[in-house]
Design a protein around this ligand. Structure first.
Ligand SMILES: Cc1cc2nc3c(=O)[nH]c(=O)nc-3n(C[C@H](O)[C@H](O)[C@H](O)COP(=O)(O)OP(=O)(O)OC[C@H]3O[C@@H](n4cnc5c(N)ncnc54)[C@H](O)[C@@H]3O)c2cc1C
Length: 450
């Protein structure tokens, strides 16, 4: 069997490694036009900031690939012939396959603003994007970032680390308004202010104007402001990279359409990770998942199917984490901006420090927890996964909250304050905090859930 994988991101590489384990004799080829070797996209910002070097963000040594008989091809796949089972590469080489996995990721999405193609205007997705940003922001003093999501704040932090003054345009009334409840967003706003980022809420990009050399010079906003700048970062989202699949005649919508086995409309051709769109996502799940851990999970799942062990893709408990300057954020389960009908939301915030904790639960279903947000307090993944899968009552979760605390031992603990506030707010359901026993029970629960 010759398995060809287009894309050496987390999805393609996880699929390759899983396939190698399942089929030691298979021939496996990874094609990528970004880099020869896999690197961690999520760590790109730390290379720009000088915390890591490029070799540090490659999870595997360069000899690893040959050692595991994974052939690496640095080229763009420019054509796909589904009948002949052949790929055309930018090097003019023709590559035949028995099975093909499209793991082509995403591309930055821009809204067609006048001036978006000027020099000094870009998104941040790839390693070449980061290199270009590094070059073009060397020695500049002012930059504008457009976008109030994860990459927007990441760009602001990167620029800030080089002493560049940043203006951040955010369309909504508060940061990441489509995802975060307002109190959590305000904690992030505090971080932005503490780092002297000039945030303009309810403000969108209208137009970019050049100087006489064709380099961006002025950002015109929808509020009528004209901001002088030397560089503009567009962080307005990504869209699945479906160009090759679409040209080949595969069924596509916003992404490459796949069934639960991650099979596309052509036999022997699969799609996974950021580029895939699930025809029938599970209840409460989204059709396009553009996250690192879902890419890894899809890569592992699809490799089983490719190697003759069909495995439907199930995402499991939703989680995500991020860091906003100094503030860590974790979320498990579902925490909508406003609680869903029939749901209660309990929120605790430290009176002075940037620490907060939210638990959503359903009073009409034995008080089962449905989601959690933690800001500045680290939580244990496996404990929350077990609590959510077992629809654990909120009282039990709060009693055993110490079991989920993942902060280093010398950090101050806040469970007692959280439980005290819960008891004040919900006096009919009093909770007494337990510690060690809670840890044991939660770990038992986790084992049972596995
Ligand atoms: C700056 C940044 C920070 C992020 N931080 C986080 C985070 O903290 N947490 C999180 O969960 N997610 C994060 N993400 C999102 C996460 O990185 C992606 O969801 C994940 O990398 C997608 O993996 P993938 O393997 O599906 O695609 P990709 O990583 O995009 O890999 C696809 C590869 O395929 C190559 N390719 C595409 N078409 C062709 C072709 N025709 N020929 C050859 N090669 C081709 C591309 O060049 C690319 O190298 C971040 C993304 C960015 C850009």
């Amino acid at each position: 069997m010759h398995l060809v994988i287009i894309g050496n991101g987390i999805t393609g590489v996880t699929a390759a490694l899983t396939a190698r384990r399942l089929q030691p004799a298979a021939r496996i080829t990874l094609v990528s036009d970004e880099t020869t070797h896999h690197f961690s996209r999520t760590a790109l910002m730390y290379v720009y900031m000088g915390h890591l070097r490029y070799p540090d963000i490659k999870p595997y040594e360069d000899w690893f690939w040959q050692e595991n008989r994974l052939d690496l091809v640095f080229a763009t796949a420019t054509g796909l012939d589904l009948q002949r089972k052949e790929l055309t590469l930018s090097t003019e080489r023709i590559l035949s396959y028995d099975q093909l996995l499209l793991a082509t990721g995403s591309v930055s999405r821009f809204a067609g603003w006048p001036g978006q193609d000027l020099r000094g205007v870009q998104g941040l997705y790839s390693l070449p994007d980061m290199a270009r940003m590094s070059r073009d922001t060397h020695d500049i003093k002012h930059a504008v970032v457009v976008g109030g999501g994860l990459i927007g704040i990441e760009l602001a932090e990167m620029l800030h680390s080089r002493g560049i003054q940043v203006t951040l345009l955010v369309r909504d009334a508060h940061y990441w308004a489509s995802v975060l409840p307002k109190p959590e967003a305000e904690l992030i706003d505090q971080q932005l202010r503490a780092h002297h980022i000039n945030v303009r809420y309810r403000t969108e990009l209208a137009e970019l104007l050049p100087n006489t050399e064709g380099h961006v010079q002025t950002v015109c906003t929808t509020t009528g402001e004209k901001i002088l700048t030397q560089w503009v970062g567009l962080a307005t989202g990504v869209t699945p990279n479906i160009e090759l699949a679409k040209a080949a005649g595969l069924a596509t919508d916003r992404g490459i359409l796949v069934n639960e086995l991650l099979e596309t409309s052509a036999q022997g051709v699969y799609a996974a990770g950021d580029c895939a769109q699930h025809r029938q996502p599970g209840a409460g799940e989204v059709p396009i998942e553009q996250l690192w851990y879902t890419g890894r999970a899809q890569g592992e799942t699809v490799a089983h199917t490719i190697c003759g062990q069909p495995l439907p893709y199930r995402r499991g408990t939703w989680f995500n984490s991020a860091k906003f300057f100094n503030l860590e954020y974790q979320t498990y389960g579902r925490v909508p901006v406003v609680p869903a009908p029939g749901e209660e939301s309990f929120y605790w915030q430290h009176p002075t420090a940037p620490l907060a904790f939210r638990i959503n639960f359903r009073p009409d279903a034995q008080f089962a927890v449905t989601g959690m947000n933690a800001m500045g307090i680290r939580q244990r993944h496996e404990v929350w996964e077990a609590w959510l899968q077992a629809a654990t009552p909120v009282q039990t979760v709060l009693q055993e909250l110490g079991a989920a605390n993942f902060d280093p031992e010398f950090f101050r603990q806040h469970e007692a304050a959280i439980v005290r506030q819960f008891n004040e707010q919900f006096p009919a359901q009093p909770v007494t905090l337990k510690r060690r026993r809670g840890l044991l029970r939660a770990l038992q629960l986790n084992r049972a859930a596995r």
